[in-house]
Design a protein around this ligand. Structure first.
Ligand code: B12
Ligand code: SF4
Length: 582
């Protein structure tokens, strides 16, 4: 063990490359990374407990909002004479960028550890070690599969003694996360995101079995969760630094077995202690069937929910194993959230076997007319490493794009399993965005918001974020941010470095023209909102989607008195779950 005064741990959440080969980076990104917060919380806990012979100094960098200065990082580690760089929460689309960062660090002999969904998903679902992971290990990179709770101290000791192993694989030993150190990011890092919002995961694991999902194969199907006391610690630590707005990253908070206890605690913190908590969370389409769930969520501070609608074609949902999505429940569920002034945004997947540009156009028009949905975002059905879909294609030897950078749900990466060519699939995806975000429909969304008591600024902000990012930046909204940054030296290594004058001239022009487009959209939507809000009668606005009762494509589910019993409803949800979690 080398003599040293402190042990630097530099955590980097890598971004990925855009279609021109430049790193996607913003002055402010949209959501701070919870993976980064979780690992930072674990390292800081070890630092507080002095687990090494010297102090641990930890820095957290999110590449989506901060330029990674590799020379500086290398110098810091060399000055200290020890330490490592952790590449955090690396998704498949971020793996090529992560490797480009790691390559330079390894060339300077800096120890590098890579964790996250690509490593875990691949090791969990594919045979042996896949070539890109082997190549990483051949570079001297340590791979970490599984979760780091309960393992950070051992890892730090190995790093300190220079005995890091090539692979740590804890996939078969998922930790109980109750009472583990909680996710946390310091205020100066949170300030690098739009709005003062931070994130945490209250639980992991989802009981359902969607075939396109990687989560269940990495984090399992059992609900593992933080206690209400842990959640209170997160809230108080962030409140102390002036942050009360959260994105709860659980894939499905409605299936967190302690949801009620957690909501009760949040309600207490709001109503008794005056902490003005607000949060966004992800839930499933049966959540309104859980007694008190929506009432308590709203009282606890929920102001936005994300729902994986995925499709309105029951055959597609069945084929994807999404048996819990009953399309005849969608309207009631959305109306129930609106009754509590909660904004509903949903994800819709393009590329199921029956999809064509025509069916997508038709289906999106049906959604616009019949569902009281605020924001809809589209994803391309992608065989993500770690999912059952990917495993099946892999085993069958079906072509999948070898460039992992494209696995961002914004690119077509394999042939369609139905009738579409790859070009038609891309077209269908674009058709979906263009059909939903028309000026007329944004006006309708504003009118519905007015009637539901939702502030216009939320609808405008979210329409600009989702539609603006896709049309103006040509990026998926979940890769979005405010004020794009681009450096000439941050291009994929296999692409040439551009001429400096041309690069800067083009970038300046793009920045001006993109902002002009966004300001134009803002002015247009703002004017619509002004016109609607100045007319008092618009509070009574009703259309097919916002009126209770059945519609042509979304008949309300008629339940007999006995079928409304909570036990019967719970059984319905249970039936859609994986056998081992029932
Ligand atoms: C919240 C979330 C987001 C947020 C923010 C990202 C974030 N990380 O917080 C937003 C909405 C921005 C987002 C966007 C995207 N996401 Co996302 N996201 C999630 C989600 C739901 C939770 C992430 C999380 O907090 N997990 C909890 C943390 C603690 O788990 P973890 O990251 O695995 O980290 C643990 C271990 O892996 C390990 N570990 C991780 N890194 C390291 C490093 C070291 C050194 C060590 C020792 C340990 C270690 O320790 C951690 C603690 O135990 C996950 C699904 C999931 N359940 O994880 C999808 C998920 C990660 N996202 C995914 C995808 C595809 C995307 C997008 C590309 C696509 C999209 N358009 O949705 C974009 C990419 C944009 C971006 N810049 O990230 C996929 C990735 C699959 C894959 N094979 O790559 C996932 C798995 C969901 C899915 N569809 O399957 N996402
Ligand atoms: S509902 Fe489906 S897609 Fe969502 S986390 Fe559960 S299994 Fe995955």
């Amino acid at each position: 063990m080398q003599h040293a005064e402190y042990f630097p741990v530099i955590l980097i959440k890598p971004s990925h490359y855009d279609d021109d080969g430049y790193v996607i980076r913003w002055r402010k990104s949209v959501i701070p990374s919870n993976s980064l917060a979780a690992v930072y919380g674990l390292v800081m806990d070890c630092a507080d407990r002095d687990v090494l012979d010297i102090p641990i100094v930890c820095d957290a960098i999110d590449e989506t909002n901060t330029k990674v200065d590799l020379d500086d990082i290398i110098a810091r580690i060399q000055r200290a004479g020890c330490g490592f760089v952790g590449l955090i929460g690396v998704q498949s689309n971020q793996f090529p960028r992560a490797m480009d960062l790691a390559r330079r660090l390894r060339a300077a002999d800096v120890p590098v550890i890579v964790g996250g969904f690509h490593v875990s998903g691949s090791l969990s679902m594919l045979p042996g070690v896949q070539p890109e992971l082997q190549a990483a290990m051949d570079m001297g990179i340590t791979l970490f599969a599984g979760e780091a709770e309960g393992r950070m101290e051992g890892l730090l000791r190995d790093a300190r003694s220079g005995s890091l192993k090539p692979l740590y694989n804890y996939l078969n030993d998922l930790p109980d996360i109750g009472s583990e150190p909680v996710p946390f990011l310091p205020r100066d890092r949170v300030l690098r995101s739009v709005g003062l919002q931070t994130s945490f995961d209250a639980g992991r694991g989802c009981p359902f079995q969607c075939s396109f999902c990687t989560i269940i194969n990495v984090q399992g199907r059992k609900s593992r969760r933080r206690s209400a006391d842990d959640i209170e610690r997160i809230i108080r630590a962030n409140h102390a630094q002036g942050i009360d707005d959260y994105f709860i990253t659980d894939d499905n908070f409605a299936r967190n077995k302690d949801w009620e206890e957690i909501f009760d605690r949040l309600i207490q913190l709001r109503e008794r202690d005056g902490i003005n908590i607000v949060f966004t969370m992800q839930v499933d389409t049966l959540c309104h069937r859980i007694e008190n769930f929506i009432d308590k969520a709203a009282r606890a501070g929920c102001n936005k929910v994300f729902i994986g609608l995925e499709n309105i074609n029951p055959d597609s949902l069945m084929a994807a194993g999404k048996r819990q999505n009953h399309i005849d429940e969608y309207r009631q569920m959305m109306q129930a959230w609106h009754d509590h002034k909660v904004i509903v945004f949903a994800g819709y997947i393009i590329g199921f076997p029956n999809d064509t540009p025509e069916t997508i156009r038709r289906d999106v028009e049906i959604i616009k007319r019949e569902l009281p949905l605020d924001i809809l975002e589209f994803f391309i059905l992608t065989p993500l490493p770690g999912s059952e879909d990917h495993q099946k294609l892999f085993k069958a030897g079906v072509w999948m794009d070898p460039d992992l950078n494209k696995y961002d749900l914004n690119h077509v990466t394999t042939a369609h399993s139905g009738a579409m060519s790859m070009d038609q699939w891309r077209e269908a995806y674009q058709v979906a965005w263009d059909t939903y975000y028309t000026p007329d429909h944004i006006e309708t969304l504003l009118k519905r918001a007015r009637a539901a008591g939702i502030h216009w600024r939320h609808i405008i902000y979210m329409s600009l974020w989702f539609h603006g990012c896709k049309t103006v930046e040509k990026l998926h909204p979940l890769d979005a941010g405010w004020w794009r940054q681009r450096s000439r030296d941050e291009r994929r290594p296999d692409l040439p470095r551009e001429n400096a004058v041309l690069f800067h001239a083009r970038f300046a022009w793009e920045t001006v023209s993109k902002h002009a487009q966004l300001v134009g959209m803002l002015a247009r939507y703002g004017f619509m909102a002004w016109r609607i809000w100045r007319r008092p009668e618009t509070v009574n606005y009703r259309d097919e989607a916002s009126t209770p009762g059945k519609t042509e494509h979304f008949p309300d589910r008629h339940l007999s008195r006995s079928a409304r019993h909570p036990k019967v409803l719970a059984a319905q949800a249970q039936a859609a779950m994986a056998p081992e979690t029932r």
